[in-house]
Design a protein around this ligand. Structure first.
Ligand SMILES: [Zn+2]
Ligand SMILES: [Zn+2]
Length: 275
């Protein structure tokens, strides 16, 4: 679509007028372009999160502040943050982003993430650089955009807006594509945890070590499941000399022992390839 046509469409159908979930008309004051009804249906995360990966904790784990999966296995990243538990509504947004060409949703997702980080850390961001989990070149060609890159960009825009109001003392982190895919990975859906880790380890490469060495880095992705993909990114960044690696996702799976009941957001990753 040319810029002129998209500008004309923006004038006819301004963003933020319709709820991105149900399509009902908004009064314009809603920060995420989500109506009150739909906002109430999200499983927002406010407290009682895993001190390692950031996912919401089951009642059993609240005292020790660590989820079943982090208690079982160490991660290569240092800390995680997430905004909502991955349920029906969260899934609808992620699937729209990945498979239904609704890239405009990234603006809302980025703003939600910025509010979550502000609530958790305040406006003074502790990172030198913010990056994202890159899609494979082949998928980028199919989809036409990298949703994690768009979310990261929207997140930084929203943080910059907050900074104007709060005068962040340390200056903003840079937004950079620090990682690239090294090879095509096999469909994650059919793999167990160990196979997943093997499948993604070595799947990412740092583009330029000098942009990573000695830095504190935040990686952004849409969904957190086992953490295997984000671990693989963290391993590559740390091998290149990153001092600290944190991760931020829109939604995370729940806290279950084993993999019981875990809705697998990676399902569909390779829908097109397996057809
Ligand atoms: Zn709605
Ligand atoms: Zn955890």
């Amino acid at each position: 679509m040319t810029d002129m046509i998209s500008e004309a469409l923006d004038m006819l159908f301004p963003r933020g007028i319709y709820c991105i979930c149900c399509g009902s008309i908004l009064d314009g004051s809603r920060p995420y372009a989500v109506c009150d009804d739909c906002l109430g249906k999200f499983s927002w995360i406010t407290e009682d999160t895993c001190s390692v990966c950031g996912k919401p904790l089951s009642a059993m784990n609240r005292k020790r502040r660590i989820c079943y999966s982090c208690a079982e296995r160490e991660h290569s990243f240092d800390k995680g943050y997430t905004c909502a538990q991955y349920g029906l509504y969260e899934r609808a947004i992620v699937m729209d982003l990945k498979y239904r060409d609704k890239s405009y949703l990234t603006g809302s997702v980025g703003r939600i993430m910025a509010d979550r980080i502000e609530a958790e850390l305040g406006a003074d961001l502790p990172w030198d650089a913010v990056t994202w989990v890159p899609v494979h070149r082949k998928r980028l060609a199919e989809r036409g955009y990298d949703q994690a890159e768009l979310i990261a960009t929207a997140f930084m825009d929203a943080m910059a807006e907050k900074t104007e109001r709060t005068e962040r003392p340390g200056g903003m982190p840079s937004l950079e594509g620090l990682l690239e895919r090294a090879q095509s990975t096999r469909p994650m859906k059919d793999l167990g945890l160990m196979e997943r880790m093997e499948n993604v380890s070595g799947a990412f490469r740092v583009k330029r070590e000098e942009n990573v060495r000695g830095k504190k880095i935040l990686i952004i992705d849409d969904v957190y499941t086992t953490g295997a993909t984000l671990d693989a990114c963290a391993i590559a960044l740390k091998a290149a000399g990153a001092r600290r690696v944190e991760v931020l996702t829109f939604a995370s799976g729940g806290d279950y022992a084993g993999t019981r009941g875990e809705d697998d957001p990676d399902e569909g990753y390779d829908r097109k390839e397996r057809r």
